[in-house]
Design a protein. Structure first.
Length: 117
């Protein structure tokens, strides 16, 4: 599975940003996907997850929304009311949708999100 994340950038506090992650190499609906982030000096944390069907989602904060467009083989992370503490490198990752409870073996490159105060 190949994952290509995009959409990061430099924004001001309070702005919104939408990250995209395009997947290839496997039937998209058979993939569960996640967004993770890592800030300098901090451990990686889970930002959002979404099941293969899209029916089950999790986000770390209500300011964030995760959704997928199965016609475009793409998962999105909509981030609103961004704060400086949201600054991090954001990664998308994938696993088989049937492998519940396992880790994510497939990772894309990160996209930098920087929120200025």
């Amino acid at each position: 599975v190949q994952l290509q994340a995009s959409g990061g950038g430099l924004v001001q506090a309070g702005d919104s940003l939408r990250l995209s992650c395009a997947a290839s190499g496997r039937t998209f609906t058979r993939l569960a996907l996640g967004w993770f982030r890592q800030a300098p000096g901090k451990e990686r944390e889970t930002v959002a997850t979404i099941s293969g069907s899209g029916g089950n989602t999790y986000t770390i904060d209500s300011r964030f929304t995760v959704y997928r467009d199965n016609a475009k083989d793409t998962v999105y992370l909509q981030m609103n009311s961004l704060r400086p503490e949201d600054t991090a490198v954001y990664f998308c990752a994938a696993r088989s949708a049937t492998d519940v409870g396992t880790g994510y073996p497939f990772w894309g490159q990160g996209t930098q999100v920087t929120v200025s105060s």
